[in-house]
Design a protein around this ligand. Structure first.
Ligand SMILES: [Zn+2]
Length: 52
């Protein structure tokens, strides 16, 4: 097979539910990436830590 197709993995964001694709900056911890963006990561933390 001469064609080398780059397969980009995708995941669904835990917060907004949108699918996002693998990024170079995540190549080391793709397994740990759960959110599409920092904003969603923060949002999830805020929800999680809300104690009122
Ligand atoms: Zn998101």
């Amino acid at each position: 097979m001469p064609h080398k197709k780059l397969h980009l993995a995708t995941k669904d964001c835990r917060v907004c539910g949108r699918a996002f694709a693998w990024r170079k900056k995540w190549e080391r911890d793709w397994n740990k990436v759960l959110y599409c963006s920092q904003r969603c990561r923060k949002a999830s933390k805020q929800t999680f830590e809300q104690s009122t």
